[in-house]
Design a protein around this ligand. Structure first.
Ligand code: ZN
Length: 174
C-alpha cells in the first residue's frame, strides 16, 4: 500500500477527462487499495482517480463513520436519478473550502466492481452526493465549477497564496 499525492485546484491535470478502464487486473486493484489508503488518511469520504493523476474512470468512497462501507466503482454510469438536494461540499483537491452544490438526491449507478463484475447499486443521501461529486472529477469537473466565476477566482487566488507560504516554510527548514 502506498499513499498517493493528491492534485490541487487549479492544477490543469484535474481537467483531464478520464478514459474507460479496459481491464480489471491486480495493478488496478493495487491502485484501488492505494486510493482507499490515501482517502482515509487525508481524511476524506471520496476520491477519484483523476485526483491522483490517473486518468481512468475509477472512484472510491466511504461515507460511514466507522470506515467500514468502502465502495470502489469502476466505469461508473448513472442510469437513474431523482430528487434534488443541496449539500455543503468540500473536496480534497480544493482544501479548506465548503460551498453549497445542488445535486440529485438519489442515483442508480451501473459499474464494475474490483473483480470486474458488472453491478448496479442505489445511492441516497451523502453517498449519492459523493458519487456524483467523484464522477464529475472523472469528467474534469470540480465542485467550484458550480459557483460564480468571481467566487471561483477568489478560491483559486487564496489557494495559490497558501501554497506559496507552504513552499516558503519548506524552504526555511531545509
Ligand atoms: Zn473532489
Amino acid at each position: 500500500m502506498a499513499k498517493l499525492k493528491i492534485l490541487e485546484f487549479p492544477d490543469p491535470r484535474l481537467r483531464i477527462k478520464a478514459r474507460l478502464v479496459e481491464t480489471v487486473d491486480d495493478a488496478l486493484r493495487q491502485l484501488i487499495d492505494d486510493m482507499f489508503e490515501t482517502m482515509y488518511d487525508a481524511p476524506g469520504i471520496g476520491l477519484a482517480a483523476t485526483q491522483v493523476d490517473v486518468h481512468r474512470r475509477l472512484l472510491v468512497a466511504d461515507v460511514s463513520s466507522e470506515k467500514d462501507d468502502p465502495w470502489a466503482l469502476i466505469n461508473p454510469k448513472i442510469i437513474e436519478k431523482d430528487g434534488v438536494g443541496v449539500t455543503a461540499e468540500g473536496c480534497l483537491s480544493v482544501p479548506g473550502y465548503y460551498e453549497e452544490v445542488e445535486r440529485a438526491e438519489h442515483v442508480k449507478v451501473r459499474f464494475l466492481d474490483r473483480d470486474g463484475s458488472q453491478q448496479e447499486a442505489d445511492f441516497d443521501g451523502l453517498l449519492a452526493v459523493c458519487v456524483q461529486h467523484e464522477m464529475d472529477h472523472l469528467d474534469g469537473k470540480l465542485f467550484v465549477d458550480y459557483l460564480s466565476e468571481a467566487k471561483r477566482q477568489r478560491i483559486r487566488k487564496r489557494l495559490e497564496k497558501d501554497r506559496r507560504y507552504k513552499q516558503q516554510e519548506t524552504a526555511a527548514v531545509l
